[in-house]
Design a protein around this ligand. Structure first.
Ligand SMILES: [Zn+2]
Length: 308
């Protein structure tokens, strides 16, 4: 099959399969309405859910069962990526989602296992857009990168690899720091710097955790943390519906002590060491850890889907 047909086939296959309400919502538009209007959604209501699909859950190196860090978050009819470790664009295709349908990308920090797939995500976004120009002509993608220096590096990489003149012009690329970095359609994202990476000379962080808030729900993605487990404790109150937390850079007793009796409803742990990902003993080892926590927790796999 020619590449062009393959790309078209994926797009049509995704629609035909009716892949969930957000995909259907993006296709629905009134007769005569401009294609781009389909991307403008009403603000999410109190009943809206966050759907989280864990694409890659490895600890930094790919394993037989796990790819590098990337998570798909769907909310209010839009699709977002948290981190873009490789092979994120391929994993989207395997979810029957066009890489061009991503509305926003949030990168926690500039290491290869968290953004090594970003260039190919841009390349595939361009390919899929080319094959359905009407659908995508007014669509934009917000790209939130941890600092202007990271934004410049990605743009340079695109040029060096001859993937266009930099970050695609239909992307709004922003280098962020601490604070609210995104607000759209009822979703608010706050970045909280941590000390996983050495800070810049001006004291600004290079690595971040994210708080996602929408429809009355609150979720923290830890990103990678320091060896002191510098979880963003300050944003736990008034309660978190979910934490998505790494489990490799610190003694786990710091997790047990730090999160004890905190207002957390559920924990999804990922980016865990081989000690927990071991296919023979990992489950029992994780169970021994999680029973010390004061909230229910699980070790998620590539392909795990959770709704909050
Ligand atoms: Zn990492």
């Amino acid at each position: 099959m020619e590449r062009r047909d393959f790309i078209k086939g994926i797009g049509l296959g995704a629609l035909a399969a009716g892949l969930g309400k957000s995909v259907r919502a993006q296709e629905a538009r009134a007769p005569g309405e401009a294609p781009g209007k389909a991307a403008e959604k009403a603000p999410p209501s109190a009943g809206d859910d966050f759907k989280i699909t864990f694409l890659g859950t490895s600890h930094g190196n790919p394993t037989l069962e796990r790819f590098n860090s990337s998570t798909l978050l769907e909310f209010g009819g839009k699709k977002y990526l948290i981190d873009a470790g490789e092979p994120v664009s391929a994993l989207l295709v395997r979810q029957r989602i066009s890489p061009a349908d991503i509305d926003g990308i949030f990168i926690t920090y500039p290491h290869g296992d968290h953004m090594g797939g970003l260039v190919m995500q841009f390349v595939q976004m361009a390919s899929f857009r080319r094959h359905d120009k009407d659908k995508y002509q007014d669509r934009r993608c917000q790209v939130l990168l941890p600092g202007d220096d990271v934004k410049k590096s990605i743009a340079d990489t695109m040029r060096i690899l001859r993937f266009g003149r930099g970050i695609p012009d239909y992307c709004d690329a922003i280098g962020f720091g601490d604070g609210v970095i995104f607000e759209d359609g009822g979703l608010r994202v706050t970045a909280i710097g941590n000390d996983h990476m050495k800070r810049r000379a001006d004291g600004s962080a290079r690595a971040y955790s994210f708080l996602f808030e929408g429809a009355g729900k609150r979720i923290v993605f830890s990103g990678d943390l320091s060896n002191t487990f510098d979880f963003p404790y300050a944003v736990i109150e008034p309660g978190l519906d979910l934490i998505v937390c790494e489990l490799v850079h610190f003694p786990v007793k710091l997790v047990v002590e730090g999160l004890r009796d905190k207002a957390i409803k559920h924990g999804c742990f990922q980016h865990a060491s081989n000690h927990y990902c071991d296919v023979v003993h990992g489950k029992e080892r994780f169970a021994a850890f999680s029973k010390q926590l004061t909230f229910p927790a699980e070790l998620v796999d590539d392909g795990t889907v959770r709704t909050v």
